[in-house]
Design a binder for this molecule. Structure first.
Ligand SMILES: CC(C)(COP(=O)(O)OP(=O)(O)OC[C@H]1O[C@@H](n2cnc3c(N)ncnc32)[C@H](O)[C@@H]1OP(=O)(O)O)[C@@H](O)C(=O)NCCC(=O)NCCS
Length: 134
């Protein structure tokens, strides 16, 4: 019987931006956005944006920082000609869910997750900035 064979190719069509927020001279938050080529559309030439790690320091929450970060993110997504923006959000994160809804995001599909390690681990030799913790 003939077998289906799979192979793994590295495709460099992910770009990442970090958008920091500052208040009175200190860093008080950030959001990351990944611009990802979409293989389902035009063989990866069309792209979408993926929101990651939206965070505002507790000391300055509810002052409009989260919204400003997301507005900046949308500007990036539009300038990159993304056709959609995806944000995963646990149902317990009520503030984030309210923020996304107020900006026009709608629930879509359902996230599946498989944990591979109990704790995240940074592989040896990984360049600074690769892990999103800078
Ligand atoms: C989500 C988060 C980034 C919002 O930041 P923020 O600076 O406090 O948000 P803003 O002041 O810009 O508020 C924007 C909107 O968020 C919603 N919101 C903010 N705080 C809220 C709260 N405590 N309860 C309900 N809705 C809230 C509101 O819709 C608000 O709009 P409004 O001011 O017109 O009512 C912040 O709460 C946070 O860092 N939370 C922990 C990390 C997190 O959950 N990240 C998202 C991962 S999916």
């Amino acid at each position: 019987m003939k077998k289906i064979v799979v192979e793994t190719l590295v495709l460099e069509y992910v770009k990442r931006y970090r958008i920091p927020a500052r208040y009175e001279g200190r860093n008080v938050g950030h959001v990351y956005v990944y611009i990802i080529g979409d293989p389902a559309r035009t063989g990866g030439k069309a792209c979408y944006a993926y929101v990651d790690d939206l965070l505002v320091d507790e000391s300055v929450r509810e002052k409009g920082g989260g919204r400003k970060l997301m507005e900046a993110l949308l500007r990036v997504a539009k300038s990159e000609h993304c056709y959609k923006v995806i944000a995963n959000c646990h149902r317990r994160r009520r503030a984030a869910r309210a923020l996304y809804s107020s900006m026009g995001f709608a629930p879509h599909g359902r996230e599946f997750r498989l944990d591979l390690l109990e704790q995240p681990r940074i592989p040896q030799g990984r360049a600074p900035g690769m892990n999103g913790c800078e």
